[in-house]
Structure formats: structure tokens, C-alpha cells
Design a binder for this molecule. Structure first.
Ligand code: ATP
Ligand code: MN
Length: 283
């Protein structure tokens, strides 16, 4: 039994990842992955695993140890078999880096994690997400949306691999600060639950080296087991929650698949014009 609230079992997990595997592998491909393991199921203790422990499991590959000096190798899921191996070792969630293994020091995306504080209605999360999109559009940055499967939404900006981690992180911080300064009624840049009451915290720390965010199509280790799903901007208004899709109702979404992110690859941009537009000077 993995999730007593839904009766979801380990075998269900294997079947779930067999179903979403082809869609999910496009998001896992060539990216270091971190695993959230739940040997006691959703109610039990969760273990976050960023490095290989024993031998690489079937369908998982260990990456060049030089990519993360001083640790066991980072991991990559390379095939549907890797997802089966994961389920066998009680992996529920798969989180990925913002970089590809062949150029690890040049991130290929920005991730904005919108976390609603206490008392933020779902309609306000949708509005806040739209506002972030407007800002990004104004900066000439393409933005792709996905549910987190948990409480909030994730907005992803595909990047040409030109800048280093610090520059990308510092600039994402500048974007979030600008948002919080411009619309303080809705946004807060400071973390901490008390700062967040009634407002949305946009976490830019997802953009540092080694930081990870849950992959599209990953199930979540939370009661009800939401799923992170790519959505089109025109679908935002119809979303009922960040866990709109879960392991039980996902079948209806498989046909749409990664369609909403179809333009993702070709959309990658340089950050230079956006930096100029915001008056940001890379350090
Ligand atoms: P929500 O929409 O509910 O905020 P989320 O996916 O945005 O969901 P979390 O699941 O809370 O956020 O993850 C927060 C961050 O911590 C992510 O960067 C994630 O990769 C990382 N993370 C998740 N679980 C662990 C863990 N057990 N230990 C360390 N880091 C973790
Ligand atoms: Mn979040």
C-alpha cells in the first residue's frame, strides 16, 4: 500500500509509470534526477536521493562523477525500465536539474515555483501565475506552465545554454523581486510562512546549481497523489487545483500529453535582452 487515502499500491505505481513513461522520459532525458523514495508509502518518512547509492539500477545510468565532485555519481533515468526500477525501490517522485548532462555549467531553463501562502484562494494563484506570465512576456521570455501536483504551479522558461548558474539565479531573483515590488498585494519575495500569508511566494532558489524541481508527469508523495502536468495557458482558468490531475484521473490527460509544451524546444532564448529590459547587470 502506497497511499491509503486512495488505496494506491506499489503495483499501481508500476502501472502508472508504465503509462506516463513515454511522455515523462522526454522531460527526464539527459538530465540529472533526484528521487523521492517512500519505503513506508505516502504516510511514512520520505528520503530524497540525489546520488547513486549502490550499482546503477536497470534503466538508470550514473553520470560522470566529475559533474558533482565529492559525491557518488548523479543519476539519469534513461528508459521505461528505469521507472520500473524506481518503483521497485519505492521511488514516488522524480525531480530534475535545470541543466543537461553534456553542459552542466550552463543551465537550459529557469523555473519559477509559485507557492501560495496561507489564505490564498486558488483563483488568486491563477491570477498571480498570469501576472508572472505578463511580466515574462514583457521581458521577451517564453513561459511554459505545469501543475506541481501539490499546492502551486511551476512556470518554466527555456534558455539557450549561454550563462552560468550564478548569473541565471541572480537574474531570476531580480525578476521575482521586481514582481514583489510591483505587485506587493499579491507577491512576496521573502520566504517564511509569516511573510506569505495571503500572498504568493515565487521561489527563485530553484534556479541554483544542484536545485531540482519535480518533473512533469511525476506523481507526488502526498495523499491523493497529484501529478505534475504540462498545461496550456488557455487552460489555466479551467484548472481546479495544482493537483487537478492525479494518479487516478490521469488517463483522460494522456492524449493531450506534452502537446501544450510542443513549442518548448524551439522557444529557448538568450537572457541578454531580458536583462537589459530589467536593467540587470550580471555580476
Ligand atoms: P508545491 O506545489 O506543493 O509547492 P513543489 O513541487 O513546488 O510542490 P516541494 O515538493 O515542496 O515543492 O519541493 C520543494 C523543493 O525541495 C524542490 O526543489 C524539491 O526538488 C526539493 N525537495 C523535495 N523533497 C525533498 C526532500 N525530501 N529533501 C530535500 N529536498 C526536497
Ligand atoms: Mn512549489
Amino acid at each position: 500500500m502506497i497511499d491509503p487515502s486512495t488505496g494506491f499500491t506499489k503495483m499501481d505505481m508500476v502501472r502508472y509509470y508504465a503509462k506516463v513513461g513515454p511522455l515523462m522520459l522526454q522531460h527526464l532525458k539527459a538530465r540529472p534526477v533526484a528521487l523521492v523514495r517512500a519505503p513506508g508509502g505516502v504516510p511514512g518518512e520520505l528520503f530524497f536521493q540525489k546520488h547513486q547509492e549502490a550499482e546503477a539500477l536497470p534503466g538508470m545510468r550514473s553520470l560522470d562523477p566529475a559533474l558533482d565532485e565529492g559525491h557518488a555519481p548523479l543519476l539519469e533515468v534513461v528508459s521505461p525500465q528505469g521507472l520500473r526500477s524506481g518503483s521497485q525501490m519505492n521511488v514516488i517522485e522524480y525531480h530534475t536539474w535545470n541543466a543537461l548532462k553534456d553542459r552542466m555549467e550552463r543551465p537550459d531553463r529557469l523555473t519559477f515555483d509559485l507557492d501560495p501562502g496561507e489564505g490564498v484562494a486558488w483563483a488568486d494563484v491563477r491570477e498571480g501565475t498570469r501576472l508572472l506570465r505578463v511580466l515574462l512576456q514583457g521581458l521577451g521570455l517564453p513561459a511554459f506552465l505545469k501543475t506541481s501536483g501539490g499546492k502551486g504551479l511551476h512556470v518554466v522558461v527555456p534558455l539557450k545554454r549561454l550563462r552560468d548558474w550564478d548569473t541565471v539565479k541572480d537574474f531570476s531573483r531580480a525578476i521575482v523581486l521586481h514582481l514583489a515590488e510591483t505587485i506587493p498585494q499579491r507577491f512576496v519575495a521573502k520566504s517564511g510562512p509569516r511573510n506569505r500569508v495571503g500572498r504568493i511566494f515565487v521561489d527563485y532558489l530553484r534556479n541554483g546549481r544542484g536545485a531540482t524541481t519535480v518533473s512533469a508527469w511525476s506523481a507526488r508523495a502526498r495523499p491523493g497523489m497529484g501529478v505534475s502536468v504540462p498545461v496550456g495557458w488557455e487552460e489555466l482558468d479551467a484548472l481546479t487545483s495544482a493537483a487537478h490531475w492525479n494518479v487516478r484521473n490521469i488517463d483522460a490527460r494522456l492524449g493531450v500529453g506534452n502537446g501544450p509544451w510542443q513549442a518548448y524546444e524551439e522557444a529557448a532564448v538568450s537572457l541578454t535582452p531580458a536583462m537589459k529590459a530589467l536593467g540587470f547587470r550580471p555580476g
